[in-house]
Ligand binder design. Structure first.
Ligand SMILES: *Cc1c(COP(=O)(O)O)cnc(C)c1O
Length: 412
């Protein structure tokens, strides 16, 4: 087993060796510009890009012509939201999203609010789930877009995408879905789910960083976001700039592999994350799972440990690469806004960690992780005066002292 054990697949994934192999020729021999259609160098690159476009489309049930290559999900989200807002702004200026969306959605919506748009931010319940009635009630005659993610990046909770798509279609409102965490892990079909725009990113599905795609529905209904980047008119004018052909080839291959292995891989990962959850909740007191137990990704486990700081836990287990909150929010050290929205108390938020596993995670690593977590929680709690008070209170109140043997004073 290689240390540290990587358990941060939701932040990014390693490139699958088969993906890397597919990409390599497009850095060297086949370096052509996919827009140079008058010589072999260009047409080779162009054909590789076409193949990748089909591979991406296949994974989400789309057509190749509906795929726009971008630099990643952040850019896809920006084009979807700003592009629809601008194109359809004369029909209305109201957008609906949710408080637990990724910052690439929330910050784009904040920007539009400064430009005169109105945004409704739906809340979630303590499990991180949306209320569909609340969504229906929020739709107005001037609503032009509903942007809701498929799976949350911090807690792994799934939104009912198909039901959301039905509501949006019935009301004639475009539905954009940030499916960056869901694609390749759970089946996504843009037609079955009535999704009009969808964002995905290569580096979350074993492809390279800096490349992603936006799906934009071509008919019934057709959606045409305006461009964010202007230039040579690449990607049907929606995203100018010379195509990143090695990256795009990598994204295509990554999608193809996901389609092949998804059912088996997700079943395996679900077993491993269930094991992680059950063992931690079974052996560590005052530990809880954040986010709905049923409606979740197979690979993301967010656990809260009361009476300790997540950062302290991480310090005590350098052999595990995990995340406190999402990678982006932990850079700003604020309490996780996703857990806050779920009503988790601030001290519990600070004691929460995200374990996200993936293609290369083994059962041995899960066993090792459980051991590490148990040890560091005990170590951190031994230093915590709050924990001392808590167990003494708890012992006397619930008569549970014998269960954990932490020196209760008033055995009854
Ligand atoms: C990672 C992520 C993004 C951003 O993707 P990039 O390709 O890194 O820009 C957006 N949304 C969600 C849900 C993510 O997990």
């Amino acid at each position: 087993m290689k240390l540290p054990v990587y358990m941060d697949y939701s932040a990014t994934t390693p490139v699958d060796p088969a993906v890397l192999e597919e990409m390599l020729p497009y850095f060297s021999d086949q370096f052509g510009n996919a827009a140079s259609i008058h010589h072999k160098f260009g047409t080779e690159a162009g054909m590789a890009v076409s193949k990748a476009r089909q591979q991406v489309a296949n994974l989400i049930g789309a057509e190749a012509k509906e795929i726009i290559f971008t630099s990643g999900a952040t850019e896809s989200n920006n084009i979807a939201i700003k592009g629809v807002a601008e194109r359809y702004g004369d029909k209305g200026k109201h957008i609906i999203t949710c408080v637990t969306e990724h910052k690439a959605i929330l910050d784009t919506c904040k920007y539009l609010e400064q430009k005169g748009y109105e945004v409704t931010y739906l809340g979630v319940d303590t499990n991180g789930m949306l209320d569909l009635q609340e969504l229906k009630d929020a739709i107005r005659s001037d609503t032009i877009l509903i942007s809701l993610m498929a799976a949350n990046n911090e807690v792994g909770v799934l939104h009912p995408v198909k039901e959301i798509g039905e509501i949006a279609r019935e009301k004639g409102v475009f539905f954009h879905c940030d499916a960056t965490q869901a694609v390749g892990k759970i089946p996504i079909d843009v037609n079955e789910m009535k999704i009009d725009l969808l964002s995905l990113s290569a580096h979350k599905i074993y492809g390279p960083k800096g490349v992603g795609a936006l799906y934009a529905r071509d008919k019934n209904p057709r959606v045409r976001p305006t461009a964010v980047l202007h230039g040579g008119g690449h990607e049907k004018g929606m995203r100018s700039g010379t195509l990143n052909s090695p990256g795009i080839v990598g994204l295509g291959k990554a999608c193809e592999i996901c389609q092949e292995v998804m059912a088996e891989e997700s079943a395996r990962l679900k077993k491993l994350s269930d094991k992680l959850i059950d063992e931690i909740l079974g052996t560590i007191e005052f530990a809880k799972l954040n986010g709905d137990r049923q409606h979740r990704l197979p690979n993301v486990v967010n656990l809260g440990f009361a009476y300790v700081e997540g950062e302290t836990l991480m310090m005590f287990m350098p052999e595990l690469a995990v995340s406190s909150g999402s990678a982006c929010t932990s850079a700003t050290l604020g309490a996780s806004y996703v857990l806050q929205a779920m009503g988790v108390k601030d001290d519990e938020i600070h004691g929460s960690l995200r374990f996200s596993i993936g293609r290369f995670t083994t059962e041995e690593e899960i066993d090792f992780a459980v051991e590490c977590i148990e040890k560091s929680v005990h170590k951190a709690r031994a230093l915590s005066p709050l924990y001392d008070d808590a167990i003494q209170g708890k012992c006397c109140k619930y008569g549970k002292c014998c269960d954990h043997g932490h020196g209760c004073v008033d055995d009854e």
